[in-house]
Design a protein around this ligand. Structure first.
Ligand SMILES: Nc1nc2c(c(=O)[nH]1)N[C@H]1C(S)=C(S)[C@@H](COP(=O)(O)OP(=O)(O)OC[C@H]3O[C@@H](n4cnc5c(=O)[nH]c(N)nc54)[C@H](O)[C@@H]3O)O[C@H]1N2
Ligand SMILES: Nc1nc2c(c(=O)[nH]1)N[C@H]1C(S)=C(S)[C@@H](COP(=O)(O)OP(=O)(O)OC[C@H]3O[C@@H](n4cnc5c(=O)[nH]c(N)nc54)[C@H](O)[C@@H]3O)O[C@H]1N2
Ligand code: SF4
Ligand SMILES: [Mo]
Length: 760
């Protein structure tokens, strides 16, 4: 393998999944050079500093290279794949047959950039009758998904390239990206005198520094700030009345409520000067080219669901929805994204009256996912419906979910846990079996996240590096589990396999017929993998499940595919898309929409809906100025998990990748430090009601007084050069409490953790 060759792949460290070109060393196993790939339709050559560090992920010292089985004394022993698969399948069947498959849950399914592997889990779930699942989205985006389903029936994306007004709420794209080319987009809007960047963040972030209007709200009080802006807009009669009359239902009550908002009082409670409220209202009154985005700063804080509701109104009330340069519903490779399916919830008079519930506590499940904070409560009980086993894949919930000790007790209480991961994670340490996956770069992979409009893209990454010996791609792991579970008879899929060898059209026709069988339809991705996958190039085998996605898109939005240059109709169109995805090394433009086209109006009446009864009631209660109760023993607010230049969830575990920051650094405002007698770079004890940690104080005048902040993704245990386990940084969720969560959808308040600081 030439060290001169630049090969295309993507950075897997955040959901932008920027296209990169990499060079390997002579061994073919180390990624030694990384640069942005200009041919990538989304990132267009952009990367942040982190892309250069992906080899720390690829070649971590704690990569797993053999299936592991727990011995009675608690240690692990290596076992063969044959043994592991047979025994794991038997244990899972045992739980199903003893307690019922609904006592097994599945957690994970893909991190920031590996979603192909998890697509194959969908074939195994039905065999086990495992009906409950969850993943990290259910601890951040549930409120958003719930309201998207009720109001729009789709997930939205602001056009930050051509908007007049950009509104960024509780997000710092400068550090967290979370959209394509974030720094460029933020800088362009900030610099352009004709465009207005509005940033709502208590902290003076790098993004806030670029803003025309920085709404430095008091932590957790965003809802009063936005209600004041919307109140001012409505009270000065500058909302889009005609647009709402034509395109919206249920606007009356909210307009009436906003008409009554005591704007000055709400602004004062939020800590925002009235002049700024007026300035922001005027900015959104003057245009329908408004792009909005929100993230953890409000999704993991008190009032999060109401805040998301008001954020949606920020683009609906000025009529910026589906307008050129405004905010749009997106379609990606899986069709819709973050949409509650039809019938998931029945809505009467704006109230959701029925929803899927968790089996023990009856918590509301959004998009079929259990709220993460509920999981321990669904296990640590003697309720007959409690969970008994779990499959965890591409996730590290012991580290990432609130209240680690409760979660650890919950994992302990389960009879059986299997973890599928690339590294020896905190969660894997507690498993009964650990199955080693090939890394993102050792198989064909993709992200399902891209949310661009009007053009959206898809990037299939071919295998770049041979699988680490002893590892398997998830597609193969799930396929072997299927076979151990004996779902299909030997030879049962031979006809489809032969059709696959005869070419795509023959296969498509054979598959159309085969789908009449519920068994094939239920286990479709497995069938695709074992039949079509076997005919794909070796470095693209795991792409087989995309066949179904391509045909689904061809059947539902053929015009949008053709507008993006894909040709044909029916099966031919699906085949063309699949072939183009396989052939494109740097990604393809998947589809092209038009502002305002039919994909934007997904509710049955073709309108957007503003009446969400639960949120209307919450809006009324704003006048009570309720905030979570404060305890004088914990006078400060800890932001438990700030994104920075050297954080990437727990995808990179080797602390050696950090080139600048001190992982223990707690950002403290100098005035707070002076008051508490803390020195810059000195130590302090950080105490919450759930735990404590010794941290290093770092003066930071970007903070609001009374607020402190720690980086996310740290506190992992990693072997030092001599193989001894070493922990670096603070494990935040040893400090967080399961009960601090949103009352509607259960998302944790990690941005709002009551704490105190003591000198040591
Ligand atoms: N570098 C890096 N990038 C990442 C990740 C990573 O680990 N590292 N992780 C990725 C993931 S999984 C996610 S979900 C995203 C998250 O991306 P972001 O949400 O942008 O990340 P955070 O730094 O957690 O929080 C954003 C901001 O919320 C602000 N904030 C705190 N409290 C409040 C409040 O009460 N109101 C408001 N309005 N703001 C508040 C903080 O000051 C902070 O600037 O990042 C992704 N990108
Ligand atoms: N206190 C606090 N807690 C938080 C947050 C916070 O801000 N504060 N942020 C939260 C957020 S927004 C998120 S998204 C979560 C993220 O938390 P998790 O969803 O638990 O996931 P990650 O830390 O991203 O880790 C992904 C896992 O996938 C593994 N992995 C990587 N590549 C592959 C692969 O190809 N195959 C397999 N099988 N495994 C692979 C990695 O080794 C790692 O164990 O953390 C949340 N937890
Ligand atoms: S961390 Fe995110 S923004 Fe940075 S290069 Fe990787 S994918 Fe792109
Ligand atoms: Mo996240």
């Amino acid at each position: 393998m030439s060290t001169e060759e630049w090969r295309p792949t993507a950075c897997n460290l955040c959901y932008a999944n920027c296209g990169v070109l990499v060079r390997l060393d002579e061994s073919g196993r180390n990624i030694v050079k990384v640069r942005g790939d200009r041919a990538h339709p989304g990132s267009q050559g952009y990367t942040c500093n982190k892309a250069a560090q992906i080899n720390y992920y690829q070649n971590g010292r704690d990569r797993l290279s053999s299936p592991l089985r727990r011995r009675p004394d608690g240690t692990f022993e290596a076992v063969s794949w044959e043994t592991a698969i047979v025994e794991v399948a038997a244990r899972l069947e045992g739980i199903r047959d003893t307690y019922g498959g609904d006592k097994l849950f599945y957690y994970g399914g893909g991190g920031q950039g590996n979603h192909l592997g998890g697509s194959y889990a969908s074939s195994v779930g039905p065999v086990l009758q495992a009906s409950y699942s969850s993943n990290a989205l259910a601890q951040e985006k549930s409120g958003l998904a719930w309201l998207n389903g009720r109001m729009l029936r789709g997930s939205w994306h602001g056009d930050f390239d051509t908007c007049d007004v950009a509104i960024i709420i509780g997000k710092n794209p400068w550090q967290s990206n979370g959209m394509q080319r974030a720094r460029i987009r933020m800088r362009d809007i900030g610099r352009d005198p004709a465009r207005t960047l509005i940033v709502m963040d208590p902290r003076r972030t790098e993004t806030a520094e670029l803003a025309d209007i920085h709404l430095a709200v008091k932590p957790g009080r965003d809802v009063w700030c936005i209600a004041a802006i919307l109140g001012h807009l409505v009270q000065t009669e500058r909302h889009a009345r005609e647009w709402l009359a034509e395109h919206a239902t249920g606007a009356e009550r909210v307009l009436e409520q906003l008409g009554d908002v005591p704007v000055a009082d709400y602004a004062a409670f939020a800590g925002i000067p009235l002049a700024q409220i007026e300035q922001a209202a005027t900015a959104i009154a003057g245009t329908d080219r408004i792009a909005v985005t929100e993230d953890l700063g409000i999704e993991m804080a008190p009032n999060s669901t109401l805040c998301t509701y008001l954020n949606i109104l920020l683009f609906l009330l000025p009529g910026a929805f589906a307008a050129p340069g405004g905010t749009h519903l997106v379609t990606g490779i899986t069709g819709g994204y973050m949409v509650d399916g039809d019938g998931a919830e029945e809505v009467v008079d704006g109230y959701g009256v029925s929803w899927q519930k968790t089996p023990v506590t009856g918590a509301r499940m959004i998009q079929g996912m259990m709220p993460c904070n509920s999981i321990p409560e669904e296990i640590l009980t003697d309720h007959p419906n409690r969970f008994r086993g779990a499959i965890v894949e591409s996730a590290n919930p012991l580290h990432s979910l609130a209240d680690t000790r409760r979660f650890e007790a919950a994992l302990d209480a389960l009879e059986f846990v299997v973890v599928i991961d690339v590294a020896m994670t905190e969660t894997a340490q507690l498993a009964d079996y650990v199955l080693p996956a090939s890394s993102t770069f050792e198989k064909c992979e993709a992200t399902f996240y891209p949310q661009e409009f009007p053009e959206n893209f898809f990037h299939l990454r071919r295998r770049l590096i041979d699988p680490l010996p002893g590892t398997l791609p998830e597609a193969e792991i799930y396929a072997r589990l299927m076979e151990a579970l004996g779902v299909f008879e030997p030879g049962e899929l031979d006809e489809l396999a032969r059709a696959a060898e005869a070419g795509y059209l023959v296969y498509a026709e054979a598959m159309t017929e085969a789908l009449a069988s519920p068994k094939i339809a239920t286990h479709l991705n497995y069938v695709l993998y074992r039949t079509l996958g076997a005919t794909l190039p070796d470095d693209a085998r795991e792409a087989a499940s995309l066949w179904a996605n391509c045909h689904q898109l061809a059947a539902t939005i053929p015009d949008h595919l053709r507008a993006a240059g894909h040709k044909g109709e029916g099966l031919a169109l699906g085949i063309e898309l699949f072939e183009k995805i396989l052939a494109s090394e740097s990604g393809v433009v998947l589809l092209k929409g038009e502002p305002g086209d039919a994909t934007q109006w997904r509710r049955p009446d073709g309108k957007v809906n503003l009446l969400v009864g639960e949120m209307s009631d919450e809006l009324d209660r704003l006048a009570e100025y309720r905030m979570p109760e404060r305890d004088d023993a914990f006078p400060m607010l800890l932001c438990a998990g700030e994104r920075g230049s050297y954080t990437a969830n727990t995808i990179i575990r080797d602390p050696g990748w950090m080139q600048s920051n001190n992982p223990d650094s707690l950002s403290v405002h100098p005035a707070d430090a002076a008051r508490l007698g803390l020195a810059d770079a000195g130590s302090a004890r950080l105490v919450t009601k759930r735990g404590e940690a010794v941290v290093q104080v770092e003066f930071n005048d970007r903070m609001q007084e009374g607020s402190i902040s720690l980086p996310n993704g740290l506190g992992t245990v990693y072997p030092d050069a001599a193989g001894r386990p070493m922990r670096t940084g603070v494990h935040l969720n040893e400090l967080t409490d399961l009960q601090d969560r949103d009352p509607w959808v259960g998302t944790p308040w990690h941005k709002h953790v009551r704490a105190r600081l003591e000198p040591v």
